[in-house]
Design a protein around this ligand. Structure first.
Ligand code: NDP
Length: 327
């Protein structure tokens, strides 16, 4: 396994990590979740990603129970959670980034995980109703109380991240070290353009999500719609609509041919492409089956096959390279 410092922080995170969205506590049984974590840990994956909203708290419970059962040394892994969406409560105090929700959500996550502290705690989305100052103060205090070790953001704009940093700096508080945006061959703007300055100024680290665009970059939707997959799950019609567009499927077909030429599977090519970006600290993998994770981990060794020429051919297929503003 390769490890990377998470941005400017001293936290060393494995280049591939494992997430639990839609799988733990929902799509897959606990035995499969355990097999995934077992394999990941054996391979040197040290970061397990979670959130309060995943299976409405159940994902944290399942992951926490597995960590407890395994008895892995607490200093050998990094575990995260995220607050913002709540666990399903509709009252205004049950979500967002107010001091009230963040403190209560952190406490509740620790109980569900059966852990004393979280290594990483994310603000899952920006909260337009809460001043950034209140959120920064609260995250700093959670660190001071030993309930979390580092904090970050997810899907915040560069401006919001910078605002949090400036406030933290002015007040000698600990600012966010990491952002968690979507990044894959179809969604590139934030990682490749919007945050470009932040890597240099505040030393932003990134933990990227949906590297296979929810599975379409595995190629399994190329011919017919397979049964027993995420995009066929009830309630996820919006995700299917977003991902299974004709434009994306045309690109996936061309990418499948390229992968074959390189003797790689399409998921391995797609994940290796994400790893090639030096501003990606870790690629968070999702898997509903152990065989998927066993395949996907090969991306680490495939990076060297993505030469400048191959990267250029991928650009020609995708036709979506984000453009830097001309100023
Ligand atoms: P991907 O885009 O990689 O999708 C993973 C899914 O694709 C799997 O669950 C599986 O679904 C399918 N798949 C994976 N590998 C293969 C393979 N080799 N062959 C065939 N199918 C495959 O990642 P996720 O969308 O799961 O995101 C990863 C993690 O990122 C999440 O678990 C979560 O921790 C985090 N995340 C964070 C968000 C945020 O807002 N901060 C939002 C979303 C995710 P199936 O078998 O069911 O088709």
């Amino acid at each position: 396994m390769q490890y990377n410092k998470l941005g400017k922080s001293g936290l060393q995170v494995s280049r591939l990590s494992l997430g639990s969205w839609l799988t733990f506590g929902k799509q897959i049984g606990d035995e499969t979740a355990e097999a995934l974590m077992d394999f990941a840990y054996e391979q040197g994956i040290n970061f397990f990603d979670n959130a309060e909203i995943y299976a409405r708290g159940k994902s944290e419970q399942v992951m926490g129970a597995i960590l407890k059962k395994k008895g892995w040394s607490r200093d050998s892994y990094i575990v995260s959670s995220k607050a913002f969406f709540g666990i399903g409560g509709e009252l205004p105090t049950q979500k967002g980034l107010s001091r009230k929700h963040l403190v209560e959500a952190c406490e509740a996550a620790l109980k569900r995980f059966q852990l004393d502290y979280l290594d990483l705690y994310y603000c899952h989305r920006p909260d337009k109703q809460t001043p950034i100052e209140e959120t920064v103060w609260t995250m700093h205090q959670l660190i001071m109380q030993g309930k979390i070790l580092y904090w970050g953001t997810s899907e915040w704009s560069a401006q919001e991240i910078m605002e949090a940093h400036m406030f933290a700096k002015q007040n000698h508080l600990i600012g966010p070290i990491v952002e968690q945006p979507e990044y894959n061959m179809f969604v590139r703007e934030k990682i490749e353009v919007e945050y470009a300055q932040l890597y240099k100024t505040v030393g932003l680290g990134t933990t990227i999500w949906s590297p296979l665009a929810s599975g379409i970059l595995s190629g399994k939707y190329n011919d017919q719609f397979p049964s027993d997959t995420r995009l066929g799950m009830e309630g996820l019609e919006w995700l299917k609509e977003r991902n299974l567009t004709q434009e994306r499927m045309n690109a996936v077909l061309a990418l499948t041919n390229l992968a074959q030429e390189l003797n790689l599977s399409l998921p391995v090519l797609s994940l290796a492409w994400c790893l090639k970006n030096p501003n990606v600290s870790t690629v968070i993998l999702g898997a509903s089956k152990l065989t998927q994770l066993q395949e996907n981990i090969k991306a680490l060794d495939a990076q060297h096959l993505l030469s400048a020429e191959v990267m250029q051919r991928i650009e020609e297929i995708l036709q979506n390279k984000p453009i830097f503003p001309a100023y």
